[in-house]
Write a protein that binds this ligand. Sequence first.
Ligand code: 7MK
Ligand code: ZN
Length: 876
Amino acid sequence: MSQEPKVIYLKDYQVPSYLIEATELRFELFEQETRVSAELRGRRNPECKSQAPELVLFGHEEVELLSLKIDGRTLAESEYQQQAETLTLSSLPEQFVLHSETRIHPESNTALEGLYKSDGMFCTQCEAEGFRRITFFPDRPDVMSVYRTTIEADRDNYPVLLSNGNLVASGEAENGRHWVTWEDPFPKPSYLFALVAGDLQYIEDSYTTLSGRDVRLLIYAEEKDLDKLDYAMQSLKKAMQWDEEVYGREYDLDIYMIVAVDFFNMGAMENKGLNIFNTSCVLANPKTTTDAAFQRVEGVVAHEYFHNWSGNRVTCRDWFQLSLKEGFTVFRDAEFSADMNSRTVKRVEDVGVMRTAQFAEDAGPMAHPIRPDSFIEISNFYTLTIYEKGAEVVRMVHTLLGPELFRKGSDLYFERHDGQAVTTEDFIQAMEDASGRDLSQFRAWYHQAGTPQLEVSDQFDPESGEYQLTVRQSCPPTPGQEKKTAFHIPLAIGLIDPSGAELPLAEGQGTQVLNLTETEQVFCFTGLSQKPVPSLLRGFSAPVKLSYPYTRDELMFLMAHDSDGFCRWDAAQKLAVDIMQELIAAYKPDQTMQLDERLITAYRAVLEAEGLDQAMVSKVLSLPSEAYLSELAEVVDVDAIHQVRNFVRRTLAAALETLLLQRYQETDIAEEYSPEADAIARRSLKNLCLSYLISLEKEEYLELAKAQYAKADNMTDMQAALSLVVHSVFAADAEAMLADFYERWSGESLVVNLWLSIQASDPKPGALQRVEALMQHPAFDAKNPNKLRSVISVFCAQNPVNFHAADGSGYRFLAQQIIQLNKQNPQIASRMLTPLTRWKKFPQQRQKLMIEALESVRDCGELSKDVFEVISKSLA
Ligand code: 7MK
Ligand code: ZN
């Protein structure tokens, strides 16, 4: 940056002065350059009242302007103003055709935004503002245009040429080149534009929509990955059907394409008719893919498909509205996954992400509301807050309205705004209009950042049989927001009597949703004979932190009796957290610890119980992660957390050894791999038991893990066994297994990523040296985001004891990497900074070292906007 980057404010929004009705693009792809010709048919926007309207075209500095014409007349340089990232035209006629010729260099584009090369193929990523790296255009989502795109390239190297919509023409050109033309009839913002050119193979299927239209479904990948596409295809068809059944939404083009690419900054992209996916979110095959990745593929395929309505047909007016499409679409994909698999498991997993990572974001220097009111670089706002908290906010609307009125609201929203670029306000308004409910106070969720806290206390009067719940809400300050107004919070609760029976509440239901709207409220329940145990925040009905002074015995009682699956799991978590926090507070190295027997008793009961859902057993028996314990801590003591968690795991394993082994053997059945929920649950429980057993450091369990590794016919069991041995004390066996694994899988890039991650997350001393060595390994590629994430991000986020080494070596390492990446790939650089931004949570000495690391990045020279924004907010 030659100057300080500019802050963009929502309050400065103005409608575009010109609309672009049609865009005709022509790409000539070469190895040394790409020529782009763009013809924009524009006209005055009747809604823009400006007297002297200007057409602002955005264009990245790397787009070289070769010529510019209006209605066929070449413009002299004096007839437009070119600045660093914009080109401004004034005195335009009411209607015009603007024609530009430009040159770009996808072959050297390492930022992976705009048009770039991934492993020899051309592909694009335009969201949010990548289109301006392709050509000059009013690259803002409220300018929607139809596109006609011609691509010309060498036929041998790029036999497949794709863009949005329908293929309308193709032909041969000179010098062994060929061309195709695609036409997308739906007006769309430029961020949904896509182009792919490469040597690709595909699988094909079809889907008949509710109204009887046949849609061709094509999934493209490199030839070597053709055997990993079936699961994505099945997932796509399930998603198409689900959206018809649950939202009444059909697909609208005759063709739907997905392309798998290796180099991708994010997970996937919903480009109209031509989704582009990170291979990690589309390829799946039992031999090479873990259960977690299968689930990710199903969820991401559905997410991108659902965007066709929540994002593409109805899009965002400006990028402050990002959560309009992302929060809603995450809610939709979460419900889809819940319907396809286990609802409670999906909820438990999503709540884990909220509590561990989103709450941390809300408490850090980058905290922002789900509808931010300013940003420097929009790429920095593809956050857990926009996505996951955004989805929780939509879920609360669903809870407040109930399923029928929510559906009425979504129907109205899609109908009213089809083909438009709208705001989160339009979404809420549609929900209000369709339901007749008042959501005025609820709107605070959109503009207030931070995690609300609920403090609950209760009182029982045996005389009158009256039970009172008092709920106080507050929300801590966040950057730029000192004071908050009260939120409208749906608090789902149940009351359980001492026999374990659930009391009937409103309308005889076991669960009642309390509407919290004031800072303090009292709720009365009458006709009780004994004091109940309250079951609070059922299903995680709101993204809040709730405290109630449960005793450990009450938590055990809830684990056994709560009818809400989420709350049973939550009670187990709270019990473990409470016990571990006490140990963490008292922790001194080399001092013996004592585990509260009640945790053993509680875990034993779960292990012994017959007929429990195996998926839930494995969730309930999973100890809170180090990351979650860190989030809960006032000041994070990484070593104490790590040591205590290991101690608790080992102590539980010793006390429950026989049961764990028994469960392991019961779940270790020879069966053909299936990615269905019950099979996943079985493997998850099996590998959890193995992890407890391995912690006992006995040879026999090492042998068990080695045997599992040797006989595994699927990557879930294989990687679990490998990871447990590598993270154990059995160093020699770990080395041998790692070598074997690499030899077997060196040709499978995604499997190699598991191999890298397992090593980068090894908590044993010396991890940084191992990470540095891995970065010299031939399997590592510093230009590939998946490799960077597998090594650097995993080390910094999943290896806390080593990343937070007291000498600051982990921090300095990360700072160096960021400095490197800042030029090469700003989006990835900025994302990877996250762990350092949380410096306020650590003890003083660590704080000082983390700040020094941030300062070294700040002072390294020219910062990208992405890195600048995160650094400056972290050091503010
Ligand atoms: C998910 C944007 C895209 C972060 C998480 C995704 C991105 C970033 C997928 C890229 C998406 N629109 O569909 O949300
Ligand atoms: Zn999305």
